[in-house]
Design a protein around this ligand. Structure first.
Ligand SMILES: [Zn+2]
Length: 83
């Protein structure tokens, strides 16, 4: 865990950027289920997200403050942050 991540952990955050310590400008790629609509006659093909979304430790996270990006596990203070 980086020194800035240690600071964020002390303030009870779960995720912090390993590079700059940011906790407010993070983005994560999520998985969601979506209803697939297919109407070839009208050339209408759509997906509509249903229910909740989730992400795993090996999904992608990025920091909009410093542009650092990596797996969620590197940001996750509860799992030790970046090794
Ligand atoms: Zn950052």
């Amino acid at each position: 865990m980086t020194p800035k991540q240690l600071e964020a952990k002390a303030a009870n955050y779960q995720f912090a950027c390993p590079e700059c310590g940011d906790t407010d400008n993070l983005r994560v790629a999520v998985h969601a289920m979506a209803k697939v609509t297919q109407d070839p006659k009208n050339e209408n093909f759509e997906t509509e997200i249903e229910g909740d979304h989730e992400f795993e430790p090996n999904d992608w996270m990025l920091c909009n403050s410093c542009e650092y990006e990596g797996e969620v596990r590197c940001f996750d203070l509860w799992r030790g942050g970046r090794p």
